[in-house]
Write a protein that binds this ligand. Structure first.
Ligand code: AMP
Ligand code: MG
Length: 404
């Protein structure tokens, strides 16, 4: 067994990672159709080639009129108008509205030539075949104008946008059926540990069930990657090396990443690639590591599940988001809360502390070792105490990151 000679700061580890990410850039983009766009990251600026709508249209059911014909109209002194015909959505009226005439128009129909307003049906009466305008109306009323939604030449959505359902609707409205989006990095999850039973099994005797594999798969999906998690890899060098060489853009290794006898990953990476970072001044997750193998980023995540989550969130998550064209920032909302107990943290070490938050008061979760994963399910969020800070006193206002 070899001890950690020196732990690097979280900042230094992040600097190495961000340098690598800048060199690598996002994975190749791909084209997707409308049904697969939601949640994907736009890889281009989308400029509309068309106006939406392309024609003036009725915005109410009523009568397309010349506004000037309705001047002075009221329920007491209605103005009669001859009805020339009908305008239906998708079926325009072909003639022209002239003085004293109108066209029955449905919402969404093209405004007939000559008309400049739509008199709502509620403001009309009937007199045999004629319509009685019972209100005067101003030009432009109840008409949807050309390009009022989107103008031709306008940038509708920009590169980097995580497409919302309504974005997909807008793209469809401008006639875009396929769009270029950032590719999703494939992330191989290499779960090691001879004490592990596969996800879905029941714990028994001296064996525990893999919790890191399913957790990492969910984190990878959250961050826009494609998780590949074929199962547990035995604690032996050949099996682990083969897994590290799987076809993927990012490799996450869980377990066997420290300096114990069964911890093969650091030495493997050192021999076959580059082990750039190993041992970081943080708790939990101090045995975390990072490196490269055949052009892919490799993250060494401690087996202890809280440390695994923390190591992922500090380093691997940012890499997966960046390679998928997303911002590297955490996806967690923050809130401010008042501490109900002292929080201590030694100088030179960053601490990640699970917290309850109730009505603006924050309290550390008891029983919070790196192996106690339920500390993160009972918690509402966490606070990060930076290396240079020795903690906060009860009563201090702190910023918390919320898991939800
Ligand atoms: P290691 O990092 O391999 O030294 O493991 C540290 C601790 O985490 C040990 O108690 C392991 O049994 C436990 N552990 C390792 N991998 C997992 C996993 N995938 N799920 C749950 N616990 C694990
Ligand atoms: Mg192990």
């Amino acid at each position: 067994m070899r001890g950690f000679v020196e732990k690097v700061s979280v900042e230094a580890a992040k600097n190495w990672l961000h340098g690598e990410l800048e060199k690598l850039g996002p994975v190749a983009s791909e084209e997707v159709s409308l049904d697969a766009m939601a949640g994907r990251v736009l890889a281009v600026d989308v400029v509309s080639e068309v106006n939406v709508p392309e024609f003036e249209r009725a915005m109410m059911d009523g009568f397309a009129v010349r506004a000037s014909d309705t001047e002075g109209a009221s329920p007491q002194s209605p103005v009669p108008l001859d009805v020339l015909g009908d305008a239906f959505p998708g079926q325009a009226f072909q003639g022209k509205v002239t003085v004293g005439k109108c066209v029955r128009a449905m919402t969404g129909s093209s405004l007939p030539a000559g008309a400049d307003a739509v008199l709502p049906v509620e403001q009309t009466g009937a007199d045999g075949k004629r319509v009685l305008a019972q209100q005067s109306i101003t030009a432009g009323k109840n008409i949807g104008h050309v390009g009022e939604d989107i103008r031709a030449g306008e940038v509708v959505l920009r590169t980097g946008r995580v497409l919302r359902p309504q974005d997909v609707g807008v793209l469809s409205s401008i006639g875009v059926g396929r769009v270029s989006v950032a590719g999703r990095p494939r992330v191989r999850i290499v779960v090691t540990g001879d004490e592990l039973l596969p996800a879905g099994a029941k714990p028994q005797a001296d064996r525990i069930v893999d919790s890191n594999g399913p957790m990492l798969a969910a984190l990878v999906s959250r961050d826009g990657g494609v998780p590949l998690h074929p199962g547990i890899v035995p604690d032996n060098r050949d099996a682990i090396l083969a897994a590290l060489r799987d076809d993927a853009e990012v490799i996450l290794v869980s377990g066997g990443t420290s300096v114990g006898q069964e911890d093969h990953v650091p030495t493997l990476l050192d021999e076959h690639g580059e082990l750039a970072i190993h041992g970081v001044a943080m708790r939990p997750a101090s045995p975390v590591g990072m490196g490269r193998l055949d052009g892919r980023l490799v993250f060494l995540l401690p087996g202890n599940p809280v440390a695994c989550l923390c190591g992922y969130d500090f380093f691997a998550g940012a890499a997966i988001r960046a390679r998928g064209g997303r911002a590297t920032a955490w996806p967690y909302r923050t809130v401010r809360a008042t501490l109900s107990a002292n929080l201590k943290s030694p100088a030179g070490r960053l601490d990640y502390i699970r917290m309850f938050v109730k009505q603006g008061r924050a309290e550390p979760v008891p029983k919070s070792g790196a192996s106690v994963l339920s500390s993160t399910t009972r918690a509402d969020g966490f606070v990060v105490i930076p290396a240079e800070c020795e903690g906060y006193e009860a009563g201090a206002e702190i910023e918390l990151f919320l898991y939800d």
